[in-house]
Design a protein around this ligand. Structure first.
Ligand SMILES: N[C@@H](CCC(=O)N[C@@H](CS)C(=O)NCC(=O)O)C(=O)O
Length: 196
Protein backbone atom coordinates (compact mmCIF):
# COMPACT_ATOMS: atom_id res chain seq x y z
CA UNK A 1 0.00 0.00 0.00
CA UNK A 2 0.95 3.61 -0.53
CA UNK A 3 0.45 6.44 1.94
CA UNK A 4 -3.05 7.83 1.37
CA UNK A 5 -3.97 11.38 2.36
CA UNK A 6 -7.51 12.67 2.71
CA UNK A 7 -7.33 16.44 2.50
CA UNK A 8 -8.83 19.70 1.32
CA UNK A 9 -6.30 21.50 -0.90
CA UNK A 10 -7.32 24.88 0.56
CA UNK A 11 -6.34 23.76 4.05
CA UNK A 12 -2.87 24.55 5.36
CA UNK A 13 -3.15 21.68 7.83
CA UNK A 14 -3.62 19.31 4.88
CA UNK A 15 -0.87 20.89 2.78
CA UNK A 16 1.64 20.35 5.61
CA UNK A 17 1.22 16.61 5.07
CA UNK A 18 1.54 16.82 1.28
CA UNK A 19 4.69 18.99 1.49
CA UNK A 20 6.32 16.70 4.05
CA UNK A 21 5.65 13.60 1.94
CA UNK A 22 7.02 15.36 -1.15
CA UNK A 23 10.11 16.68 0.66
CA UNK A 24 10.85 13.14 1.84
CA UNK A 25 10.24 11.66 -1.62
CA UNK A 26 7.43 9.53 -0.24
CA UNK A 27 4.81 8.40 -2.79
CA UNK A 28 1.23 9.15 -1.81
CA UNK A 29 -2.33 9.19 -3.12
CA UNK A 30 -4.61 12.13 -2.36
CA UNK A 31 -8.38 12.11 -1.98
CA UNK A 32 -9.84 15.60 -2.15
CA UNK A 33 -12.41 16.22 0.59
CA UNK A 34 -14.44 19.44 0.48
CA UNK A 35 -14.81 20.47 4.12
CA UNK A 36 -17.62 22.87 3.25
CA UNK A 37 -19.77 19.96 2.04
CA UNK A 38 -19.67 18.35 5.50
CA UNK A 39 -18.21 15.11 4.12
CA UNK A 40 -15.82 14.75 7.06
CA UNK A 41 -18.79 14.60 9.43
CA UNK A 42 -20.58 11.77 7.60
CA UNK A 43 -20.64 8.00 8.09
CA UNK A 44 -17.83 6.65 5.91
CA UNK A 45 -15.38 9.36 6.86
CA UNK A 46 -16.26 9.23 10.57
CA UNK A 47 -15.51 5.52 10.55
CA UNK A 48 -12.02 6.40 9.30
CA UNK A 49 -11.47 9.35 11.64
CA UNK A 50 -14.02 9.77 14.44
CA UNK A 51 -12.79 13.36 14.92
CA UNK A 52 -14.37 14.18 11.54
CA UNK A 53 -11.46 16.24 10.24
CA UNK A 54 -8.87 16.39 7.54
CA UNK A 55 -6.02 15.80 7.16
CA UNK A 56 -6.42 12.10 7.78
CA UNK A 57 -3.70 9.74 6.63
CA UNK A 58 -3.88 6.03 5.98
CA UNK A 59 -0.32 4.77 6.37
CA UNK A 60 1.24 2.28 3.97
CA UNK A 61 0.41 -0.55 6.40
CA UNK A 62 -3.26 0.51 6.62
CA UNK A 63 -3.17 2.20 10.02
CA UNK A 64 -4.94 5.56 10.29
CA UNK A 65 -3.46 8.74 11.73
CA UNK A 66 -5.04 12.17 12.25
CA UNK A 67 -3.84 15.61 13.39
CA UNK A 68 -1.55 17.32 10.90
CA UNK A 69 1.41 17.69 13.23
CA UNK A 70 1.17 14.06 14.41
CA UNK A 71 1.09 12.91 10.79
CA UNK A 72 4.12 14.94 9.70
CA UNK A 73 6.06 13.83 12.79
CA UNK A 74 5.35 10.22 11.88
CA UNK A 75 6.27 10.66 8.21
CA UNK A 76 9.50 12.50 9.03
CA UNK A 77 10.65 10.18 11.81
CA UNK A 78 14.42 9.66 11.47
CA UNK A 79 14.79 12.31 8.73
CA UNK A 80 16.69 15.59 8.85
CA UNK A 81 13.39 17.48 9.23
CA UNK A 82 13.59 16.54 12.92
CA UNK A 83 16.69 17.73 14.82
CA UNK A 84 18.87 15.01 16.33
CA UNK A 85 19.91 17.20 19.25
CA UNK A 86 17.43 16.78 22.13
CA UNK A 87 17.14 20.48 22.95
CA UNK A 88 16.71 21.50 19.31
CA UNK A 89 14.10 18.77 18.88
CA UNK A 90 12.25 20.09 21.93
CA UNK A 91 12.36 23.61 20.45
CA UNK A 92 10.78 22.20 17.29
CA UNK A 93 8.00 20.69 19.44
CA UNK A 94 7.64 24.02 21.24
CA UNK A 95 6.81 25.64 17.90
CA UNK A 96 4.48 22.78 16.85
CA UNK A 97 2.44 23.01 20.06
CA UNK A 98 2.40 26.81 19.86
CA UNK A 99 1.20 26.64 16.25
CA UNK A 100 -1.85 24.62 17.22
CA UNK A 101 -2.84 26.72 20.22
CA UNK A 102 -1.66 30.26 19.54
CA UNK A 103 -1.28 30.65 15.77
CA UNK A 104 -3.60 28.38 13.75
CA UNK A 105 -6.75 29.24 15.78
CA UNK A 106 -6.33 32.90 14.76
CA UNK A 107 -4.45 33.07 11.45
CA UNK A 108 -6.24 30.08 9.90
CA UNK A 109 -9.62 30.87 11.41
CA UNK A 110 -9.55 34.50 10.16
CA UNK A 111 -8.73 33.15 6.69
CA UNK A 112 -11.53 30.58 6.92
CA UNK A 113 -14.07 33.31 7.70
CA UNK A 114 -12.84 35.68 4.98
CA UNK A 115 -11.89 33.31 2.16
CA UNK A 116 -14.15 30.30 2.59
CA UNK A 117 -17.19 31.81 4.29
CA UNK A 118 -16.90 35.10 2.35
CA UNK A 119 -17.19 37.36 5.40
CA UNK A 120 -16.09 41.00 5.35
CA UNK A 121 -13.27 42.42 7.54
CA UNK A 122 -15.76 43.74 10.11
CA UNK A 123 -17.37 40.34 10.51
CA UNK A 124 -14.24 38.70 11.92
CA UNK A 125 -14.05 38.95 15.70
CA UNK A 126 -11.54 41.62 16.79
CA UNK A 127 -9.96 39.21 19.29
CA UNK A 128 -9.08 36.78 16.48
CA UNK A 129 -7.28 39.54 14.60
CA UNK A 130 -5.47 40.78 17.75
CA UNK A 131 -4.26 37.30 18.65
CA UNK A 132 -3.24 36.71 15.03
CA UNK A 133 -1.13 39.87 15.03
CA UNK A 134 0.44 38.77 18.32
CA UNK A 135 1.36 35.43 16.76
CA UNK A 136 2.93 37.16 13.74
CA UNK A 137 4.90 39.46 16.07
CA UNK A 138 6.29 36.44 17.90
CA UNK A 139 7.33 34.81 14.63
CA UNK A 140 8.90 38.04 13.37
CA UNK A 141 10.99 38.35 16.52
CA UNK A 142 12.37 34.82 16.13
CA UNK A 143 13.01 35.18 12.41
CA UNK A 144 14.96 38.40 12.92
CA UNK A 145 17.38 36.23 14.92
CA UNK A 146 17.52 32.96 12.96
CA UNK A 147 16.87 31.99 9.31
CA UNK A 148 14.59 29.09 10.30
CA UNK A 149 12.54 28.63 13.45
CA UNK A 150 15.06 26.27 14.97
CA UNK A 151 18.46 27.75 14.19
CA UNK A 152 19.67 27.50 10.59
CA UNK A 153 18.01 24.37 9.20
CA UNK A 154 14.54 23.56 7.91
CA UNK A 155 12.51 21.50 10.39
CA UNK A 156 8.88 20.47 10.78
CA UNK A 157 8.38 23.69 12.76
CA UNK A 158 8.87 25.63 9.52
CA UNK A 159 6.64 23.27 7.54
CA UNK A 160 3.82 23.58 10.07
CA UNK A 161 4.06 27.32 10.57
CA UNK A 162 4.52 28.36 6.97
CA UNK A 163 1.25 26.64 6.01
CA UNK A 164 -1.06 29.41 7.20
CA UNK A 165 1.50 32.20 7.61
CA UNK A 166 2.17 32.33 3.85
CA UNK A 167 -1.52 32.99 3.19
CA UNK A 168 -2.18 35.19 6.24
CA UNK A 169 -3.10 38.08 3.92
CA UNK A 170 -6.17 36.07 2.87
CA UNK A 171 -7.32 36.43 6.47
CA UNK A 172 -6.75 40.19 6.50
CA UNK A 173 -3.23 40.29 7.96
CA UNK A 174 -0.62 42.45 6.22
CA UNK A 175 2.66 40.56 5.93
CA UNK A 176 4.24 43.79 4.66
CA UNK A 177 4.58 44.69 8.34
CA UNK A 178 6.73 41.62 8.93
CA UNK A 179 9.84 41.65 6.68
CA UNK A 180 11.64 38.79 8.44
CA UNK A 181 8.54 36.60 8.06
CA UNK A 182 8.32 37.46 4.36
CA UNK A 183 11.96 36.47 3.80
CA UNK A 184 11.45 33.24 5.76
CA UNK A 185 8.29 32.34 3.79
CA UNK A 186 10.29 32.66 0.56
CA UNK A 187 13.10 30.54 2.06
CA UNK A 188 10.73 27.78 3.21
CA UNK A 189 8.73 27.82 -0.04
CA UNK A 190 11.98 27.35 -1.96
CA UNK A 191 13.10 24.51 0.33
CA UNK A 192 9.73 22.76 -0.04
CA UNK A 193 9.35 23.65 -3.73
CA UNK A 194 5.96 25.23 -3.14
CA UNK A 195 4.97 26.62 -6.52
CA UNK A 196 1.89 28.82 -6.08
N1 LIG B 1 -5.71 20.26 14.76
C1 LIG B 1 -6.17 19.64 13.55
C2 LIG B 1 -7.15 20.56 12.89
C3 LIG B 1 -7.88 19.85 11.75
C4 LIG B 1 -8.95 20.73 11.17
O1 LIG B 1 -9.42 21.70 11.77
N2 LIG B 1 -9.34 20.38 9.95
C5 LIG B 1 -10.33 21.14 9.25
C6 LIG B 1 -9.76 21.58 7.92
S1 LIG B 1 -8.33 22.62 8.18
C7 LIG B 1 -11.54 20.27 9.01
O2 LIG B 1 -11.42 19.08 8.77
N3 LIG B 1 -12.73 20.86 9.06
C8 LIG B 1 -13.95 20.18 8.78
C9 LIG B 1 -14.74 19.89 10.03
O3 LIG B 1 -14.24 20.15 11.13
O4 LIG B 1 -15.84 19.40 9.87
C10 LIG B 1 -4.98 19.32 12.64
O5 LIG B 1 -3.94 19.99 12.78
O6 LIG B 1 -5.07 18.40 11.81
Amino acid sequence: MTLHIYGDSRSGNCLKVKWTAEKLGMPYDWTEVDILQGTTRQGDFLRLNPAGQVPTAVLDDGRVLAQSNAIILHLADGSNLIPKDAYDRAKMFEWLFWEQYSHEPYIAVARFHRLLLGKGPDEVEARIMQRGEAALERLELQLQATPFLVKDALTLADVALVAYTRVADEGGFDLGNYPAIQAWVARVEAALRIAD
